[in-house]
Design a protein. Structure first.
Length: 401
C-alpha cells in the first residue's frame, strides 16, 4: 500500500511537470489538458497509508567464491593528472573480509585510489597485485551504461549467472524502488538514477569477492539505504568504498583509511575507532603545546566530541556539494532539452509554412522540406520523452534529499 501511494505520487509529479511546461503551447495544450484530468483522477484514487519505513530484503544474496587472505595490493604507486601529482610511491593492501571506507578531504584522491584499485586508471609506475582467486567489481555511475536498453528492468535483473528465482529478484528490485509495474519498464526509458539503482541490484545478485564502490547510496531513499546495508552485511567478500553517508559507514566499515596530501593512514577498526584515535592525536597535540589544562578524561571527551562534530560537518558539506552538483547537472539537461524542443517546434511551423508556398514545389525544394520535417517529427517526441524522464529524475532526486 505504501509503495502504491509513493508510485502514484511520482506519476502525479511527472505529469504535473509536463503540464507546467506545455500548457501554454497551442501544439501541446490538448495533451496538457488530458494530463490535468489524469492528475485529478489519480488524486481522487490516492491511497492513504502510514509509512511503515519501507520494505526490507527478505532474501539471502548469492555469495562469491572465497579469495585468498591477501586480496589486493598496490606497491610503490605513482600517479598524477598532468603536472598535478596525486600519489608518489604509496603502498596499500586489503585482506579478506575487510570492509574499508576511504575518508579524507574533498579532492584528496579517494576516488583516484578506488579507480587505481579497479584498474580504471593506470599508474605511471608501481605494481598492482591481485591475490589468489580475487575477482573485483567496480560500482560507479558509468556502470549503468553496461545495462541492456532492450531489456525490461526485470529481464535485466534476471540476466545473471547466478540461479535466482523471479520472486526473489522482484523482492530485491522492490527494495530498491522498482515496485509493481515498474519492473516492466524498458531500461531505455529509465532515468540516470533508476539505471544506477538497477546496476546496483545486478551487482548484488552476482557479486565479485572484491567489491569497490564509489558513493553507492547517492540515488537511494532511506529505506533503500537500509536495504543495501542489510544486503552488504550478508556479503562475505571484501569491500573498499567511499561514502558521505555516516549511517552507511558506521553500519559497515571495520577498517578506515584516511587519504590526505598523497598519504594513506590506516585505522584497524570501525568509524568510531577512527574518530577516537583522531581525537587522541588532537589531545596529544594540545598537551604538547601546553594548552591542555583540563583533566585528561574531560579533555578526551571534549576533543573526541569536537572531532566527531567536525568530521560529521565536513562529510555533510561534501554530501551537500555533491547533491548540488548533481541537481545542477539534471537542471542543465532539462534546460537544454527545453531549448531543443522549442527550436524543433519553431522549425516544424516554419517548414509547414514553407510547404504551403507554391514556389516550394519548384526544383525539388518540397522534397527537401519534407525530409527535414520528417526529421523534426522523429526527433520531437524523443526529445519530449527525454525531457519528461529528466523531469522525473529531478523530482525523485529532490524527494530523496
Amino acid at each position: 500500500m505504501v509503495a502504491t501511494a509513493k508510485s502514484q505520487q511520482r506519476e502525479i509529479d511527472r505529469m504535473q511537470l509536463f503540464v507546467d511546461r506545455f500548457r501554454a503551447k497551442n501544439t501541446k495544450a490538448a495533451q496538457a489538458q488530458s494530463k490535468l484530468k489524469q492528475i485529478e483522477r489519480l488524486k481522487e484514487e490516492m491511497v492513504e497509508t502510514p509509512d511503515d519505513g519501507g520494505p526490507t530484503v527478505g532474501f539471502r544474496f548469492p555469495q562469491p567464491q572465497r579469495s585468498g587472505h591477501r586480496v589486493i595490493s598496490l606497491e610503490k604507486i605513482k600517479f598524477g593528472y598532468g603536472e598535478k601529482l596525486i600519489y608518489d610511491g604509496i603502498h596499500f593492501e586489503a585482506e579478506r573480509g575487510q570492509r574499508t571506507v576511504l575518508v579524507g578531504p574533498n579532492g584528496a584522491g579517494k576516488s583516484t585510489l578506488l579507480k587505481l584499485l579497479a584498474e580504471v586508471l593506470k599508474p605511471q609506475s608501481g605494481v598492482l597485485k591481485h591475490g589468489h582467486n580475487t575477482k573485483s567489481g567496480y560500482f560507479a555511475q558509468h556502470r549503468a551504461a553496461m545495462l541492456n536498453p532492450k531489456h525490461t528492468v526485470l529481464q535485466e535483473a534476471l540476466d545473471t549467472p547466478q540461479r535466482v528465482t523471479e520472486q526473489a529478484v522482484r523482492n530485491v528490485l522492490g527494495s530498491f524502488l522498482f515496485r509493481g509495474d515498474d519492473v516492466f519498464k524498458p531500461v531505455s526509458v529509465l532515468s540516470g538514477g533508476e539505471k544506477s539503482r538497477l546496476a546496483l541490484v545486478k551487482l548484488l545478485l552476482n557479486p565479485p569477492n572484491l567489491l569497490l564502490m564509489d558513493e553507492p547510496t547517492t540515488h537511494l531513499d532511506l529505506a533503500s539505504v537500509d536495504a543495501l546495508i542489510e544486503a552488504l552485511k550478508q556479503f562475505e567478500g571484501t569491500m573498499i568504498f567511499i561514502s558521505h553517508d555516516v549511517h552507511f559507514i558506521r553500519a559497515l566499515a571495520n577498517h578506515v583509511v584516511r587519504v590526505e596530501n598523497g598519504h594513506l593512514r590506516h585505522f584497524t577498526g570501525g568509524y568510531q575507532y577512527y574518530l577516537d584515535k583522531t581525537a587522541q592525536s588532537a589531545r596529544a597535540a594540545l598537551t604538547s603545546s601546553g594548552r591542555d589544562a583540563l583533566p585528561r578524561v574531560q579533555a578526551d571527551r571534549q576533543v573526541s566530541s569536537t572531532v566527531d562534530r567536525r568530521e560529521q560537518k565536513r562529510m555533510e558539506a561534501e554530501q551537500r556539494q555533491a547533491r548540488s552538483r548533481k541537481k545542477q547537472e539534471i537542471q542543465r539537461r532539462i534546460t537544454a532539452l527545453e531549448m531543443e524542443i522549442a527550436e524543433l517546434e519553431a522549425k516544424e511551423k516554419e517548414l509547414a509554412a514553407e510547404l504551403e508556398k507554391p514556389e516550394s514545389y519548384a526544383g525539388g525544394r518540397a522534397m527537401q522540406i519534407n525530409r527535414e520535417l520528417m526529421h523534426v517529427h522523429d526527433r520531437l517526441p524523443l526529445a519530449t520523452a527525454e525531457w519528461e524522464a529528466a523531469g522525473t529524475e529531478l523530482v525523485e532526486f529532490e524527494n530523496s534529499i
